[in-house]
Write a protein that binds this ligand. Sequence first.
Ligand code: AMP
Ligand code: ZN
Length: 135
Amino acid sequence: MDTNCIFCKIANGEIPSKTLYEDERFRVILDLGPATKGHALILPKGHYANLYELPEEVAGETMKLAKKMAAKMTERLKCEGFNLIQNNGDLAGQTVFHFHLHLIPRYQADGQKIGWKPMEVTQEELEEIKNEIVG
Ligand code: AMP
Ligand code: ZN
């Protein structure tokens, strides 16, 4: 645990939160600045700044928990879609540097748009990029 980290304090119960789920390794809380009704965050209790620092095992458990939470929230909130979002680094929009996975229920006309502007790319460019990553 990092004593200067607000999500460490929330995850470990030192700061109260609207908790949807808790076990030895995780706490799931409602986001204080929600994108939509029910926007929640999965917080591991251990301090990992981002995906790069997250142990593989915790990464796996996070996704299993996301699946369970998505099912429960969809049933209870009657949402019609669901986004999982996870930001790493300032440039990618991360503002709290304790790994968290956003659970965002989506509704008709919820007024949110989560997306990007697609670039144009050729097959040759895709081949170069592929080689850069895995070549
Ligand atoms: P990110 O931009 O991916 O780092 O997301 C940080 C999220 O944490 C934002 O959606 C904030 O609304 C949320 N947040 C920040 N502080 C708190 C807090 N004390 N309790 C609940 N959610 C928070
Ligand atoms: Zn932390």
